[in-house]
Design a binder for this molecule. Structure first.
Ligand code: NZQ
Ligand code: ZN
Length: 394
């Protein structure tokens, strides 16, 4: 295990009906609030009204309409609102896109002499930032308890991760009831994203990480058990609660600290979203089994077999066979969740852009050198091509 610092000081307010605590939380930071939210789901499910009621005594400025795969133009609009209204604190109410947008707004606001996209392109943000409070409405990204944000520049077809110490949310409200209204597609996509965060940390070459791997396997079992329940019964509190807490723990440093490496499927998926604006978790679900199969060899089979044994109860003793069975299980599980498992089903019909996307995936990450199995441009193109058609790994 590598050395690491684990210091994730987000104050988590988990559980039912805790919105009455919001006033006291916001008061700690000031009176002028930038309320950031997405395309309207919080208006439909009543959360918007409840938040405004709690914050009746505050000055509220709204940044509405944050799009899935949030755009730099929206970030810039938010930073402008912060400056014009001398905002004290940003309150993000929504999923990962809304929270990421809030973080990027804080960073761009803290960099008044730089172009907004230049702030994102630096990837690491070390400057000052307005405090961020979140009310999470979708179990997926872990953005509610981490320092990262992912922003899209549609003009240049770039989708880049950035992050920094001061972008960690100060307080996050996690009420599973706020995810009851998440539809089947986004529930499945969010759960695939959680699984992918766990896979990205789990399939890694750093030795002796039993703690991280054991936690990851437990969280994977949690997701594979509870996602189908939430799909069948969207208002099942316990299923939603387990998915929500799993999403937070999967990407708050708990399963990744102490490990080196570079994430493979995320680097490849960000290009799918950057060029075709698809849902992040769906892209990951499509790529993951293809990636697993592409990197499967005598050496990596042992870890895939461990995953199969501890997550899917596969007792096959020949590692290569157990690994194939585990990959097939992964494929079948995503499919059973209703996820379209080929690229044409999400509107990506041909391989015209695969080369340029693969080049960007390699350029913007360290997958060519540091990944579980290093991936070059031709590997990424092959994984995209395999994603055009159905696969069977047995
Ligand atoms: O925009 P609204 O109307 O709110 O609707 C959203 C959106 O259409 C809807 N939704 C959210 N909560 C809902 C709801 N619908 C009904 N009821 C609710 N309670 O769901 C749709 C998707 O929302 P979005 O925020 O885009 O989803 P998600 O949380 O999956 O976030 C995805 C974004 O996060 C980035 C992704 O790349 C993508 O841009 N990521 C951020 C990470 C991070 N900050 O650490 C890591 C991840 O790997 C990921 O890359
Ligand atoms: Zn993700």
């Amino acid at each position: 295990m590598n050395n690491f610092t684990f210091n994730v000081a987000t104050d988590i307010r988990f559980g039912k009906d805790r919105l009455h605590e919001l006033t006291a939380v916001i008061e700690n930071f000031g009176q002028r609030v930038l309320l950031v939210y997405g395309g309207g789901s919080i208006k439909k499910n009543g959360l918007y009204d409840r938040v405004l009621k709690e914050l009746a005594d505050f000055k509220i400025v709204e940044l509405a309409g944050v799009e899935p795969n949030p755009r730099i133009e929206t970030v810039a609009r938010g930073a402008k609102l912060c400056a014009e209204n001398e905002i004290d604190v940003i309150l993000a109410v929504g999923g990962g896109s809304t929270i990421d947008c809030a973080k990027a707004v804080a960073a761009v606001h803290g960099s008044p002499n730089e172009e907004p996209w230049a702030v994102i392109e630096k990837r690491n943000y070390a400057g000052a930032a307005l405090p961020i409070v979140t009310i999470l409405t979708l179990a997926a990204t872990g953005s509610e308890m981490n320092r990262g944000a992912v922003i899209t520049n549609w003009q240049t077809n770039q989708k880049l991760g950035m992050g920094g110490e001061n972008l960690l949310p100060k307080v996050s409200f996690l009420d599973p009831q706020n995810t009851f209204s998440v539809g089947k597609y986004q529930t499945a996509a969010g759960s695939a994203d959680i699984m992918s965060h766990l896979f990205e940390n789990y399939f890694n070459t750093t030795p002796a990480t039993d703690v991280q791997d054991g936690i990851s396997e437990g969280l994977m079992r949690t997701v594979t058990k509870n996602c189908p329940i939430a799909l069948a019964t969207p208002t099942d509190y316990d299923a939603r609660a387990n998915l929500m807490w799993a999403s937070t723990l999967a990407l708050n440093g708990l399963t990744g600290s102490g490990k080196g490496g570079s994430w493979s499927c995320h680097a490849m998926e960000h290009e799918l979203s950057a060029f075709y604006d698809i849902t992040h978790g769906i892209g990951l679900a499509i790529l993951t089994p293809r990636w697993m199969h592409h990197v499967l060899n005598e050496e990596t089979a042992v870890k895939f077999a461990q995953y199969g044994r501890n997550v899917w109860q596969i007792n096959e003793t020949v590692p290569m066979m157990a690994a194939r069975m585990a990959i097939q299980k992964t494929y079948d599980y995503f499919k059973a969740c209703g996820i379209p498992m080929t690229l044409p089903e999400v509107g990506i019909e041909d391989d015209r852009k695969f080369e340029v996307m693969a080049k960007q995936a390699v350029a913007y990450s360290k997958i060519a050198t540091d990944a579980f199995v290093p991936l070059q441009v031709e590997d990424v193109v092959k994984i995209y091509q395999d994603s055009l058609v159905e696969q069977n790994y047995l």
